[in-house]
Design a binder for this molecule. Structure first.
Ligand code: NDP
Length: 276
């Protein structure tokens, strides 16, 4: 029997921990898989994807900067991928003569699962502040609303982008009965139960102009970035908040992708411990 092949496509990609994570998951089920990191030229994502499809790969993860292109190339989309407007997990489904590309987004579910694993009561009925209005922020809004917080506030450097997200998610806000507010950083001056940093400011160690009153000892401060302490994490830690980085989100989004492809849920805690 031939070995199932998977890959993560990105640019750059050498740093990716996805091959390590998926191999560790597969080992838990005594499954032999191949999972490789594939560097795609910036203008060659579609060609790279279609090559893997032709070569019989079962599924592919997609990372920066191709999540929007992956969305566009998907022939069927999950509800959460539609809401996110971006795709990080692709499955190739073979029918008689054709092979369909199915797109999903597991990032938001990864964030929520990671938070709830650490703090099971952290989200329901809580006041949540989401910093950023890029692809990552957009991908987590629906899963966050589904946890039925008391309120979700979105703050972004460019307010028009946050405003556009508010409009896009107004129907979901009504369905879940969770009000969404939009604000500038400067206007967020009161304490929140949860503050999630979905900006990429940490990549350049740029501090966000945040009020010192956002964080208390009861606040959970979550940075989607991992690998080092960002200025956001530092500010929150100094204010006595609980701080989590995005490594858990990475492992949890991978676990959800693994479930889509293999139909079984891996033990993420063991893999997290090994990565730390
Ligand atoms: P985007 O480029 O789509 O969005 C970037 C966001 O950051 C925008 O809201 C932008 O504001 C804001 N921003 C950038 N620089 C600054 C700054 N100096 N000051 C204030 N705001 C700033 O990126 P993504 O949404 O794809 O990714 C965001 C972060 O999330 C990245 O660090 C990424 O690594 C991380 N991530 C982690 C994952 C995980 O599994 N742990 C999964 C996905 C993402 P503006 O709109 O004004 O430009």
């Amino acid at each position: 029997m031939s070995i199932e092949q998977y890959a993560v496509i990105g640019h750059p990609i050498a740093h990716s921990k996805s091959p390590l994570i998926h191999q560790a998951f597969a080992k838990q089920f005594n499954k032999a898989i191949r999972y490789e990191a594939v560097l795609s030229p910036l203008d060659g994502f579609a060609a790279t994807l279609h090559r893997l499809q032709r070569e019989g790969y079962v599924g592919v993860n997609v990372t920066v900067p191709f999540k929007f292109e992956a969305y566009g190339l998907s022939q069927a989309l999950s509800e959460r991928a539609k809401a996110a407007g971006a795709v990080n997990t692709l499955s190739f489904h073979s029918a008689e003569a054709s092979c369909q590309i199915q797109g999903d987004n597991t990032d938001g579910c990864g964030l929520v699962n990671d938070i709830l694993m650490h703090f099971p009561t952290a989200l329901a009925s809580k006041n949540i502040l989401l910093l950023g209005a890029g692809g990552a922020a957009q991908g987590v809004i629906l899963p966050l609303l589904a946890q039925r917080p008391a309120q979700l506030t979105i703050a972004n450097r460019s307010l028009n982008k946050a405003q556009a997200m508010l409009e896009k998610f107004a129907p979901a806000s009504a369905i879940y009965g969770v009000p969404i507010a939009v604000n500038t950083y400067a206007d967020c001056t009161s304490a929140f139960d949860v503050v999630i940093n979905a900006t990429s400011a940490g990549l350049t160690d740029t501090p966000l102009p945040l009020s010192p009153h956002l964080f208390t000892q009861h606040t959970l401060a979550y940075d989607m970035m991992y690998g080092r302490e960002t200025p956001f994490m530092f500010q929150a830690r100094m204010a006595g908040a609980q701080v989590l980085d995005g490594l858990g989100m990475l492992v949890e989004q991978a676990a959800e992708a693994f479930y889509i492809w293999h139909g079984v849920r891996p033990d993420t805690a063991a893999v997290m411990q090994a990565l730390r």
